[in-house]
Design a protein around this ligand. Structure first.
Ligand code: HAM
Length: 414
């Protein structure tokens, strides 16, 4: 017996309708905002992720599925999609085709994290990336896009956290002050944080350990290290959010776990999710296109976990139940023969969803099955009906029955 791999999940036949609903909602929602879908391969050259996400991040240092293929190429299953979309943008010289590009994506990602509620090794995200605008209204657009998405789906207890980590220079100044401050508490820090003090001190701000949180509470705040331009940019972004009535919390310690960010960073968290409470996260990454070999291009985006969305979604209330238009009950071989023409007509000319029985079950058990499948109508076709050139149609909700001549079927189901 071979089972699925730990941290992965089958989306079973009785769940796919939920995914299909959410996916088509995402497509519709993003298209409405002028975003176009991009699909990139699920694996890329390992270097792409090293150079974008950063060597000292958790993702790159310990969570990537990386292997050498038969041609000695180092390849990696994508742990996120921003890097791939940036590669696509640069590779196709899209900066030359239009001054602004708004893209979105949906797909699976791979991170070898410890599986728990809301955390998987294969998971799915949808996300957006916008290339070309350096103005705060672009930040506000992207943030509002994510926030309103959850509002439209009636997700409760969501909090939008926002921060600015400034330009490169402001950040370098901040990191050196933060390091100085944390050095004082070196002996009290966990082994992991002690290690991060040298490799990636910003990550320590993300700690979930109580005694470290107390240390962090008194640490210098990045906001105090922003240049005047950075501050003005951040304030403008907030002003635009206010104009859209979007409520947010400024979180001075929100830094995000990927190295490519600059200026605005944000996350939407949902309290009911437990420890993996980030529904989505994103921010500006104005240096990344250039760092990966493209022309200097301002950019911003976010990505949202679909599994976590489903955990917080009131599925019964939001996702329409699966149902079929007609369940065709046949009794006897002659009726079965006649039903083929009828089935074809109802499905392909009338465009109805019709299921038929191929187990030659009794009338009673076919009715039972029709109920189980949430059929709106059943058609009963037995020998007697056949002889009289009609069918019986039963409305499963009201119980009302009609006798319908073969020639009247089209009108009846119109
Ligand atoms: P991220 O914060 O690493 O950002 O991931 C975004 C979202 O993906 C998370 O908020 C969470 O909902 C979901 N997620 C991440 N890891 C897992 C996991 N192991 N299992 C289930 N869900 C998970 C990014 O990926 C950036 N590329 C976002 C971005 C786009 N920034 C700019 N543009």
């Amino acid at each position: 017996m071979i089972n699925n791999i730990k941290g992965t999940k089958d989306i079973g036949f009785n769940e796919t309708y939920i995914w299909q609903f959410v996916e088509s909602f995402i497509h519709g929602y993003l298209k409405k905002h002028g975003y176009s879908e991009v699909r990139t391969p699920t694996f890329e050259n390992t270097d792409l992720f090293y150079r974008s996400i950063g060597e000292n991040t958790d993702i790159v240092s310990k969570e990537m599925y990386t292997w050498k293929d038969q041609g000695n190429n180092m390849l990696t299953l994508r742990p996120e999609l921003t890097a791939s979309i940036v590669r696509y943008y640069i590779q196709n010289k899209l900066n030359k085709t239009h001054p602004i590009h708004r893209f979105y994506y949906i797909g699976p990602l791979y991170r070898r994290e410890r599986p728990q509620k809301g955390r998987f090794r294969q998971f799915h995200q949808f996300g957006v990336e916008v290339f070309g605008s350096k103005h705060p209204e672009q930040d506000a657009e992207v943030i509002a896009l994510s926030y309103n998405f959850y509002k439209l789906l009636h997700i409760k207890n969501i909090v939008l956290k926002i921060n600015s980590i400034g330009s490169k220079d402001s950040r370098l100044n901040y990191i050196s002050s933060l390091k100085k401050y944390l050095e004082k508490y070196k002996n009290e820090l966990s082994d992991l944080s002690r290690k991060r003090l040298n490799t990636n001190p910003l990550r320590i701000l993300d700690t979930k350990i109580d005694f470290e949180i107390n240390i962090i509470k008194k640490a210098p705040k990045i906001i105090d290290y922003l240049s005047n331009d950075d501050k003005e940019y951040f304030n403008k972004t907030l002003e635009f959010l206010d104009a859209m009535n979007i409520s947010y919390e400024i979180d001075p310690y929100l830094v995000r776990g990927l190295d490519y960010y600059s200026q605005t960073v944000f996350e939407i968290q949902c309290d009911s999710l437990g420890s993996q409470n980030a529904l989505c996260g994103g921010g500006r990454y104005d240096y990344l296109v250039e760092e990966l070999g493209g022309k200097e291009t301002p950019a911003i985006g976010f990505a949202a976990g679909i599994e976590r969305l489903l955990l917080s979604l009131d599925i019964k209330k939001i996702v329409p139940e699966l149902s079929i238009d007609i369940y065709m009950i046949t009794i006897g071989e002659l009726a079965i023969k006649k039903s083929f023409t009828l089935l074809d007509y109802l499905r392909n000319t009338m465009n109805l969803t019709v299921i038929n029985d191929t187990l030659r079950r009794t009338l009673k058990s076919q009715i039972k099955d029709a109920n189980k499948m949430n059929a709106k109508h059943v058609i009963i076709l037995g020998e007697e009906e056949l002889n009289k050139n009609h069918i019986i149609v039963k409305n499963m909700e009201t119980g009302h029955q009609d006798i319908v001549n073969f020639t009247d079927i089209q009108n009846y189901f119109k």
